[in-house]
Ligand binder design. Structure first.
Ligand code: FES
Length: 332
């Protein structure tokens, strides 16, 4: 049976450093256990970090994509979160071994004449790798960073010392009211040749998108990455609150078909029938379970695919999406 698990890598925690004055964020430097190098990554990529059989979390890679001797992730401690950040902060020490995935990228740096990078809090991490690349290319870009306070802001020292520090603009809610006080100059007028790369908490991004759209930025100019589903529960339920009608999922390699009832996901049904699929976030956020679709009409409920990818209808996230057609044929 087809298995499409992302490649697993063994890493050792080489260093842990405080990444915010408040102590809420830590940077973990991971190195290959064999002392070699990790696979190269593109700016915007993330890795899965395995902290237990059902505790797999995604973290964006910061730092230079050319520095493959190590991966850097920054983790904000989130007491009300799903447990991944607490486990990393409390249970992982220097010298610990971690299983990680090879990098995946669902937030690539777009080709554009100009870029505006907009970060909210810990959303700064994928944008730092983008800024590294843009600075090296001597590209035209600005980097806007929003945080509640300077003490809470992750990676502030690193950003102030970065080779692109002169492109940065820092905004703190406690000082200037943050993004809700008004769009920054770089976004106030739509630039038809620029792309905005946006990463941060959902309400922050929703606000920036709404305000930027109102002044003329097009949808295809606003590239985002979310850390959580835009609407909690939306990955399983449609607008009416239903998980959707039953449909059949068919496996191309065997011809076997399995009914997917409204209260179960495709992934759950396949697992129950011995079909192994890669799962990670199980929230439609990471792309680990994206699977090619050969026939049928997917009902996309993920946050991973772009509007163009959704419209192409040739892949589906098995952890949360469903079908509009009576049957889906999967390339498994
Ligand atoms: S497991 Fe992450 S998108 Fe499905």
């Amino acid at each position: 049976m087809a298995v499409h698990a992302p490649r697993a890598l063994e890493a050792v925690v080489h260093a842990i450093t405080l990444a915010s004055a408040s102590g809420g964020c830590r940077t973990f430097e991971l190195r290959p256990v064999d002392g070699g190098s990790f696979p190269p990554f593109e700016p915007g990529a993330h890795i899965d970090v395995h902290m237990g059989p059902s505790l797999i979390r995604q973290y964006s890679l910061l730092g230079s994509p050319e520095d493959t001797g190590r991966y850097l992730i920054c983790v904000r401690r989130t007491p009300g979160g799903r447990g991944g950040s607490i486990a990393l902060h409390q249970e992982v020490a220097v010298g610990a071994r971690l299983r990680i995935s090879a990098p995946r990228n669902h937030f690539p740096l777009a080709d554009a004449a100009r870029h505006v990078l907009v970060a909210g809090g810990i959303g700064v991490t994928p944008l730092m790798a983008m800024a590294e690349v843009l600075a090296r290319r001597q590209a035209e870009f600005s980097f806007l960073y929003y945080a509640s306070t300077a003490a809470e802001a992750p990676l502030l020292e690193e950003l102030r010392a970065a080779p692109y520090a002169d492109r940065m603009e820092f905004h703190y809610d406690e000082v200037d009211g943050g993004v809700r006080a008004g769009l920054p100059a770089a976004l106030r007028t739509a630039d038809p040749e620029a792309v905005v790369q946006l990463c941060g908490p959902g309400p922050f991004m929703d606000h920036v998108i709404k305000e930027a759209t109102a002044v003329g930025w097009r949808d295809d100019q606003l590239r985002i990455e979310r850390f959580a589903p835009a609407t909690p529960g939306a990955v399983r339920r449609d607008a009416e609150g239903s998980t959707g009608a039953e449909f059949t999922v068919r496996i191309a390699s065997t011809g076997q078909g399995y009914p997917v009832p409204g209260d179960r996901t495709i992934a759950e049904v396949l697992a129950a029938n011995g079909v192994e699929v890669a799962l990670s976030c199980e929230q439609g956020m990471c792309g680990a379970c994206l699977t090619p679709v050969l026939a049928g009409d997917p009902d996309h409920r993920d946050e991973v695919q772009t509007a163009e990818e959704r419209a192409a209808n040739n892949q589906i996230t098995l952890c949360c999406s469903r079908a509009k057609s009576p049957e889906l044929l999967l390339d498994l």
